[in-house]
Design a protein around this ligand. Structure first.
Ligand code: GDP
Length: 447
């Protein structure tokens, strides 16, 4: 028995259509009380009057019924398509509550879908990723995961582990038979292959994080080299104040832009220079912190003047990070010696004239191989999946080492079982309630 829940599934704003979802054992009867159309034929959209709790017509719309288990939640469900007025939707919802439904909590529809075996946890999490996705590639990757692509990658590793464990148990059934070292080596080889698959999958997270969060770019350099000008040129706006008095950009300024399929978050930091005043000192600390937190440091230099000691501090920060060096003001001619940059990638630009700035974005995308990130659902975008896979990989490798090292094989098998359980945390086969609760709490009401 499941109680019947109802919620608005569309955003709470004026819109052409507003959709209400109803799911649970009494979905049909409850919907019938509020909607005059004949929804008895499942999956057939019909028109009808939509009624308030007092039975007055409050809208004319469409309704559809889904018979369990052929519905999103796996339960009897219905959807009402009303006009997207928040007042109408409130009225219809209260009519549904009056008829016996209760308000759904965040993520409850998807949670029911998961609990009814309609999807595994990776698919449920992909629903959130799909809703949150801001670029086409991120959406495509999430859609593939929602379709079960990631779950099947994990299941493939799990079932290899299960069959290795089963083969081992077959040996144990005949205790007189010693497991030959060649057989142990063979099992170990297969286990190492599983560990490598888990590791490779976990490794996709560094690209997947870019899908999800974009690339954080810290612009660093001493005052007046043209960081704010570069930021403005990249954004095509005047967000950061450009001035020729040193040290104006004391605070950091953060702006985002879309570069093809990724978001670039540009952080303009205060100039790196001697901390003679408190705000400047804080600015420098921020500069260093931004460089530390960023995915890439864009170190800006004024190419028309010789490098000074502060430029050398910038260069040192750049050399310690993934970075790109910008020789700015090339409209004034370049006097600096490029050899000081060593192997660091360099681009010459004029931020003021907006010449070469597009190359900066292209180079950043090239450094992160943005064009080559696969979006077929095998790119992990969820840190939980990545860290769980790494835990599983450790156990699998321990089992493989035990087999190949001739250690008592029972220990190896308990490592394999641990690994299977850990992988189950990703798909939901063995996830604890706390993990499941945490995941569904991130959903919106109505999803
Ligand atoms: P920041 O302190 O590093 O943020 O530097 P700003 O962007 O505020 O620029 C400092 C000064 O340099 C301003 O007067 C800018 O107009 C000037 N400037 C910035 N980029 C260029 C450039 O490419 N060429 C020339 N000639 N001047 C520039």
């Amino acid at each position: 028995m499941s109680d019947t829940i109802a919620a608005v599934a569309t955003p709470p704003a004026k819109s052409a259509i507003g959709i209400i979802r109803i799911s649970g054992d009494n979905a049909f009867e409850i919907t019938k009380k509020v909607f005059s159309g004949d929804i008895s034929e499942p999956r057939k959209m019909v028109t009808g009057k939509i009624l308030s709790e007092t039975g007055e017509v409050c809208d004319y719309g469409m309704g559809v019924f889904f018979k369990a288990p052929a519905s999103f939640t796996g339960e009897d469900s219905a959807e009402l398509y009303c006009h997207g007025s928040t007042a109408v939707l409130r009225t219809v919802l209260s009519a549904l509550f009056h008829a016996g439904a209760r308000p759904a909590v965040a993520g409850e529809f998807t949670r029911r879908a998961f609990l009814n075996g309609k999807m595994d946890l990776t698919q449920a999490e992909a629903v959130i990723d799909l809703i949150d996705s801001e670029t086409e590639l991120a959406a495509k990757n999430a859609a593939e995961q929602m379709n079960g692509r990631l779950g099947s990658e994990i299941s493939a590793i799990s079932s290899s582990l299960t069959s290795i464990a089963a083969e081992f148990y077959a040996f144990v059934d005949y205790p007189d038979d010693e497991i030959e070292q060649t057989e142990r080596d063979e099992l170990a080889t297969r286990l190492y292959a599983c560990a490598d698959s888990a590791k490779a999958l976990a490794g996709t997270y560094s690209s997947g994080r870019i899908f999800r969060e974009g690339i954080r770019v810290a612009l660093i350099g001493r005052p007046n080299v043209g960081k704010s000008s570069l930021l403005n040129a990249l954004l095509g706006t005047e967000r950061s104040i450009v001035t020729d008095i040193e040290g104006t950009t004391r605070d950091t300024v953060e702006e985002s832009l879309r570069a093809g399929n990724v978001a670039l978050h540009l952080i303009d930091t205060a100039g790196l220079r001697n901390a003679d005043t408190e705000p400047e000192r804080l600015g420098i600390a921020r500069s260093e912190a931004a460089a530390r937190d960023a995915d890439i440091v864009v170190a800006v230099f004024d190419g028309s003047a010789p490098l000074d000691e502060y430029d050398m501090q910038t260069l040192a920060l750049a050399k310690n990070s993934r970075s790109l060096c910008i020789i700015n003001k090339n409209d004034l001619g370049t006097v600096i010696d490029r050899s000081v940059f060593g192997d660091l990638p360099i681009i010459e630009i004029s931020a003021k004239l907006n010449v070469g700035t597009k190359a900066v974005i292209d180079k950043i995308c090239e450094i992160f191989n943005v064009a080559d990130i696969p979006c077929d659902g095998r790119t992990l975008t969820n840190p939980r999946h990545a860290s769980t896979l790494i835990r599983a990989e450790e156990r699998i490798r321990a089992a493989a080492d035990a087999f190949s090292g001739g250690i008592y094989a029972d220990l190896a098998v308990s490592d394999i079982e641990d690994a299977i359980n850990i992988l189950g945390e990703i798909t939901g086969n063995s996830a604890q309630d706390t993990i499941i609760n945490e995941i569904f709490s991130r959903f919106c009401v109505g999803k």
